[in-house]
Write a protein of this length. Structure first.
Lengths: 275, 275, 275
């Protein structure tokens, strides 16, 4: 059983400062969801700035969504400094498989950094683990989606990748799968409309970094809780939608729901299975 | 007559993946309006990334709103690759006329790329066509605005520019004008409050790219429909405003309205004239 | 007494065009709040672009929130051009004290440019004035916060810094303090929840630039009014929050409140003291 009271309580009580090297598409939503969950965001991506900034933070969120030749070296510099300080580092390999630069950069980050968490959709994680390519942009390929038929094989794949990287691996989609190489948690919270907003994955990565930063003794449980929290807030926000509300309002309502999220809501609404 | 059912239906059915090289001011809104209309966004602007990314997309949206020395070469690389693949390319010459770099870059993009669509306000399009300058920032000059007195001359100008560039030219403002060099469509949908939001032009360009990507056989009609859709959603969103709602809520409501937009709403609400 | 009717009226009547070199985290909110208050935004940060752009604007807002090696030289180029044209320049030293690059860049901007306004939280302004470091990310340190016990010493510090820089210095927090070196204004408008949104400081800096640009004869009063306006809109927006509204909706409501703000609301709601 996940102890939502302790895990969420730690985020709220410790207000972890999270360094984000992230894309400029969803960066504002990442900052606001970090504030909503109880954390505090700082963004910095210049080679001359990132080591100082990551040093005053508690965790580091690396998202390659709009990587470029200036920010890629910064990811390595910040990551190595965070490693030296034993800060948890999360990698969100946005679009791995969609371009050589993304695939190679993500693979090098996995090789050269000690990652606490790797979070992506199934196509991105497969590209990262297997060197495959051809994802449909930054969304998961239909062929890759987790379902009853492929669940066992995806679990085996994720476990092996988690063992190889020593990271908690979170593969998110209609069903989410989190594993530390031994334990496996599947989560079915969430709503299909979340895929109609840009950045639900990025927001989850940012929030997950806050959760693991505030809960160093139980990284796996913290990732599971963040994934459940995001899915549940997607459900709560969907229930709030009026007839004229579309994806823009939905985005706001999800962040609002994180702002008001309680351990009690998590206990009542979580749909997960430990394997 | 525009066949809204087919044109909008194609966007929803094909979910075109649109590569955006765009400014960081309105990029989140561009991504969310692409998702709202039924498309799918990907942003990438590094020289080492854009060719791969544009190759897996269906269309390319180039917006020079915050151009810089790193992203300008990427615009050409991506544009040439998109041309080679016969993907439609849209140019939004934000602030052309306001600086030499913007004017020159936009002019070079027109010269070196085969553009399917050029969309801007009247000052930007004039600057692009005539090398004039002195726009009021990124908004249209008052002196340039389309009105009954200058309509014929603006139509003649736009037609000539469309013929020279072989692009569909869309000049948007209180009255919008779209031409492929032969046909001309004027649109009077929209609401003055749309100018009190940042990025309605950028959002329209992103959405237009999705519309032309999903409707390759009728680019002109697809542009007209996107322009009408944006204006109509501006009206629908305005009707929804409560007493305390201002421009931030208005922005969300416009994207929400695109999310719910139907061909029936377009048929009932479109105000356009074919010439 | 501050003449809110004239100061706000000038912003609405003159629609000042403000050049922003700002971070990509909150840039969209800065653009929308500039439009909400009656100004007009343009963003440009490339060395080849900023001099032309700042020349057609009325004021310049420099925010170092995501400074990098490309945009730092642009800040100096734009600032010097703005100085040459006697446009007011505002500096928001985001995260000064949190990294050497931020502290050094902010200090150099203070040294090399003639600044009309410097706006930051107490930790940032102290770092800038005293070369101290170690702020908690981009938020103010608890130890630095303005309170009854340290008010006199902070006033003396702020006055001295304003005299040295010839700038109006605005230190914002639970209590805001504005000084031109002689006069001092303290403001207690605002709501604690504003710290749960990313970018309230950035938005205030952008809006303040519009206010001083439209009110060249009374820079100090314009800064005081902008600070009061932001705080009051934070209160008005908070009063509007429904049970499910969180920080995302709150952000929108603040911008909405600025959009509808009247001189009458300022007269009724302002809580300030001139010393």
């Amino acid at each position: 059983m996940l102890d939502f009271t302790t895990i969420l309580g730690n985020v709220r009580a410790k207000a972890p400062l999270v360094h984000n090297i992230t894309n400029y598409v969803t960066v504002n939503d990442c900052a606001n969801i970090l504030l909503a969950c109880g954390g505090s965001p700082i963004m910095s991506d210049d080679e001359g700035d990132v080591e100082d900034i990551t040093s005053i933070c508690g965790g580091l969120n690396i998202n390659i969504g709009t990587l470029n030749k200036n920010t890629i070296p910064s990811m390595f510099l910040a990551g190595k400094r965070a490693n030296a300080l034993s800060h948890p580092v999360l990698l969100d390999p946005v679009g791995a498989g969609a371009s050589k630069l993304r695939s190679d950069t993500a693979a090098r980050l996995v090789d050269e950094l000690r990652l606490a968490v790797i979070r992506g959709n199934i196509s991105e994680i497969k590209a990262l683990a297997q060197g495959s390519s051809g994802t449909h942009g930054v969304d998961a390929d239909e062929a890759d989606r987790l379902n009853a038929a492929n669940l066992d094989s995806v679990i085996a794949f994720a476990r092996a990748f988690a063992r190889r990287t020593n990271a908690v691996v979170a593969i998110t989609g209609a069903t989410d799968l989190i594993t530390d190489g031994a334990r496996v948690c599947t989560v079915t919270n969430g709503h299909p409309m979340m895929s109609r907003i840009t950045g639900t994955g990025c927001m989850l990565s940012a929030m997950t970094t806050a959760f693991v930063t505030a809960n160093p003794a139980c990284c796996f449980e913290a990732v599971c809780t963040a994934v459940i929290a995001m899915g549940l807030c997607g459900e709560l926000a969907h229930a709030r939608l009026g007839a004229q509300d579309g994806n823009a309002s939905y985005r706001n309502y999800i962040i609002d729901a994180v702002y008001h999220l309680t351990a009690r809501q998590l206990e009542d609404g979580a749909r997960y299975e430990m394997r």
